[in-house]
Design a protein. Structure first.
Length: 294
């Protein structure tokens, strides 16, 4: 069932578990993720970034796909725009039926981030769509942005930001970064900062750059108050690995079965991830959550 991301994350916040938000760019990834959620009795968030929608995961094709697959299962599925910054893209997604949009104003001056985040929140909420904001800045692993403490989220400023913008969830910077870390590196997260953020805000918090962060970091982040974990790089690698392993076993395998191998690999990856972050088994009896608008 397609629901608001707020409905999913409010429950995760109340019951202290994490929800996987997987960037998905084709039917194999979307179906693999949603079928994993159904089998694990877990909520899931499917999301696309503006670049992904422009290059391959076109909204006009992917939105009906997500709606159809979500309607077949008995667990909550949300559809999120990841890292939206362009006003027209954000409003197009709200109008089209996304159940959440993320406005990323983290690279803007603080007051401009507040102004634009508040505007998007007002527009989205009026259409039954929830909103994720970002304060601090989750940069790129390749640039070692994860070690730049100046980019981390300030708890006192975060309280002002949430109060003035009305966002439903907040992406925080505590030591992760987007993309692949250098080989062998596992980021060091600022769990004391996370504790202060959770105590101050008492709302759903989001960890961007979940890929490559390490199982123990993920478990500790969830225990400290993270409720949504964004995963792109690791999910793409799971799909790629499924295809490569299948080709290694059978070099003559046709494209149909390669796609099936990628989907199965994504599904198994997502199921394992859900167990780590504590979302498995949360909807064994199909408890109802607030449904999204049509």
């Amino acid at each position: 069932m397609l629901v608001s991301m707020k409905a999913i994350l409010d429950d995760a916040n109340k019951n202290n578990y994490g929800v996987m938000a997987m960037n998905s760019i084709n039917i194999e990834m979307v179906r693999g993720g949603i079928m994993a959620a159904e089998e694990e009795h877990s909520p899931i968030i499917i999301q696309f970034g503006p670049g992904q929608m422009k290059n391959h995961a076109h909204m006009e094709e992917m939105l009906p796909l997500v709606k159809e697959l979500a309607a077949r299962v008995h667990v909550p599925v949300a559809l999120n725009l990841d890292h939206g910054s362009d006003f027209h893209v954000l409003t197009d997604c709200i109008n089209a039926g996304f159940t959440n949009v993320m406005f990323d104003g983290s690279s803007l001056p603080y007051e401009e981030n507040v102004r634009r985040s508040a505007m998007i929140s007002a527009l989205a909420h009026g259409m039954g769509c929830s909103v994720e904001g970002e304060l601090g800045h989750v940069g790129q692993a390749a640039a070692s942005d994860d070690t730049d403490v100046d980019l981390y989220t300030n708890p006192d400023q975060a309280a002002d930001f949430v109060n003035r913008t009305g966002v439903d969830a907040l992406a925080v910077a505590i030591g992760t970064a987007h993309g692949a870390y250098p080989k062998g590196k596992i980021p060091k997260l600022d769990f004391e900062r996370l504790r202060l953020l959770k105590e101050t805000l008492k709302m759903p918090l989001v960890l961007h750059g979940g890929s490559g962060s390490g199982e123990e970091n993920l478990k500790q982040a969830v225990a400290g108050g993270i409720n949504k974990i964004n995963v792109a790089t690791d999910a793409f690698e799971a799909a790629k690995k499924g295809m490569l392993d299948a080709l290694k076993e059978d070099p003559g395998m046709d494209y149909l079965h390669l796609c099936m191998a990628a989907e199965e690999s994504v599904k198994q990856f997502v199921k394992a991830y859900m167990k780590v972050i504590g979302s498995s088994g949360r909807y064994i009896y199909g408890e109802a959550v607030s449904t999204s608008r049509e």
